[in-house]
Design a protein around this ligand. Structure first.
Ligand code: URA
Ligand code: SF4
Length: 202
């Protein structure tokens, strides 16, 4: 893949980014997805949450975290005392990757090449929003932000620092909690990590 660089505006704000995003041909994922799903939230958000990629519902509606994972995230944010409307929510990869099984579209984890190709969009979002804290949701976002070798299961809930000096913290992806067989335990752990994130902002 050639990567997204040539489609990412080198200047301007979120509006300009939003206008440019649908033109992106940085990897093959735009071909089968219905639409691109941009990051959303205040341009001056202090906290940026980074997920994996849009899901089936997000791809149909064009908004981040509006499907089952989003509902769980909403619940967890509320329990942790974080206002969804005050954080910037985005994904490491901006198009939905899936496999067809009959009529259903089944989520397929983005490949390393997709994560790398889409990274210029994430970089630009970070440059524009300048969050004080980055909250990494799951292994794909961790790969995008920390690189390979970062283990979410070992590092979750612990303060991290990005190469640019920005504070960060990692936790699991909300869809992992949705699918969990030990839901109550995993939901509580997820909320605890979000509380730890909030504490890092203070
Ligand atoms: N999962 C994600 O990582 N992001 C979304 O927007 C929805 C589901
Ligand atoms: Fe561009 Fe990212 Fe979509 Fe690939 S996934 S086409 S890099 S926006």
């Amino acid at each position: 893949f050639t990567g997204a660089s040539q489609w990412v505006p080198p200047d301007g704000g979120l509006k300009k980014l939003l206008a440019a995003l649908p033109e992106c041909r940085g990897c093959d994922l735009y071909e089968d997805a219905d639409r691109v799903v941009p990051g959303e939230g205040p341009a001056r958000a202090r906290m940026m949450l980074i997920g994996e990629q849009p899901g089936d519902v997000e791809d149909k509606e064009g908004h981040v975290f509006v499907g089952p994972a989003g509902r769980l995230l909403d619940k967890a944010l509320a329990e942790a005392g974080i206002e969804r409307s005050e954080v910037f929510l985005t994904n490491a990869v901006k198009h939905f990757r899936f496999e067809r099984q009959g009529k259903r579209r089944i989520h397929k984890t983005p490949a390393a090449g997709h994560i790398k190709a889409c990274h210029p969009w994430l970089d630009r979002e970070l440059e524009i929003v300048k969050p004080s804290l980055v909250v990494v949701l799951g292994a794909v976002a961790a790969r995008a932000v920390f690189g390979t070798g970062f283990k979410v299961t070992e590092q979750r809930g612990l303060a991290q620092e990005l190469p640019d000096g920005r504070a960060a913290i990692a936790t699991v992806h909300p869809s992992a909690v949705v699918r969990s067989r030990e839901y109550r335990r995993d939901f509580t752990l997820f909320v605890n990590d979000l509380r730890a994130a909030l504490a890092l902002l203070k």
